[in-house]
Design a protein around this ligand. Structure first.
Ligand code: CAA
Length: 257
């Protein structure tokens, strides 16, 4: 598959997608988002891939939705055409997606980082939802995912003032999992992705699905959901292998990667 706006490669069992519109700081246009969804779906369906990694450039993960492409849209273009309704491809992936973020992750850029499962940030990363400065609000889940990630106080602060958060603040707020020096961003993010890709896939899918259930259910329902999935993993050969390997003091040899 040849893409115009992203670069795609596989290293070991990690499927890597790099946003690649340097002239526009990786601004997200319709074409890029269609390619991104396609690439995520292809890796999700590929048995040789256990985890994905999404990144951008040193200067920008992505500077938001493409303002030039959307500036002249009318209400009916946006509402009638259901603008950005199909920009949720990453959130629909079953396999985990690690975001390696350097530079600007603004607007839609922050939103697609938040669709990923783990954000590893370079110390140069800047996160924000500056849409208010353009006379709109976030449109691909920013008000919802940011609020779930950092709570109401900081989400309101960012969404209503449009200010950016640096990587240290984003880590303190719970938006990012780890902050690393910019020079080692890809190495560190790859280590995380490779670690996940080296686990038993059914457990990885189950862990991701169960953590995500926490955002959609009450505590009691979520705990019940988790327990049922936990029980079901005892039907896998990898549960037998994982526990046997522990007892025998050796590395597990997973059957279902
Ligand atoms: N859309 C389209 N083009 C963009 C862009 C965007 N979101 N962000 C940057 N670019 C373009 C610039 O227009 C510029 O192009 P030209 O050279 O042709 O003029 C090029 O990328 C480089 O950008 P700058 O010269 O502005 O670079 P800078 O280093 O001075 O500033 C920046 C960087 C602070 C990120 C600044 O580019 C900026 O503020 N960008 C817009 C950020 C933004 O508002 N994002 C939210 C978009 S709305 C959204 O995302 C809605 C949603 O939820 C779906």
């Amino acid at each position: 598959m040849s893409y115009q706006n992203i670069l795609v490669e596989t290293k070991g069992r990690v499927g890597i997608i790099r946003l690649n519109r340097p002239q526009a700081l990786n601004a997200l246009n319709q074409a890029l988002m269609a390619e991104l969804t396609q690439a995520v779906q292809a890796f999700d369906a590929d048995d040789a891939v256990g985890c994905m990694l999404l990144t951008g450039s040193e200067k920008a993960f992505a500077a938001g939705a493409d303002i030039k492409e959307m500036a002249d849209k009318s209400f009916i273009d946006a509402y009638g055409g259901n603008f950005a309704a199909d920009w949720h491809g990453i959130a629909q992936a079953r396999k985990p997606v690690v975001a390696a973020v350097a530079g600007f992750a603004l607007g839609g850029g922050c939103e697609i980082a938040m669709q990923c499962d783990i954000i590893i940030a370079a110390d140069t990363a800047k996160f924000g939802q500056p849409e208010i400065k353009l006379g709109v609000i976030p449109g691909i889940g920013g008000t919802q995912r940011l609020t779930r990630a950092v709570g109401k106080a900081k989400a309101m602060d960012l969404v209503l003032t449009g200010r950016n958060m640096d990587a240290a603040e984003a880590e303190r707020a719970g938006l990012v999992a780890r902050v690393v020096p910019a020079a080692s961003l890809m190495d560190e993010a790859m280590k995380v992705a490779e670690t996940i890709a080296g686990m038993s896939l059914p457990s990885v899918l189950a862990g991701k699905e169960s953590v995500n259930a926490a955002f959609e259910s009450s505590l009691a329902e979520g705990v019940r959901f988790e327990r049922r999935i936990f029980h079901s993993l005892f039907a896998t050969e990898d549960q037998k292998e994982g526990m046997k390997a522990f007892v025998e003091k050796r590395k597990p040899d997973w059957k279902n990667k």
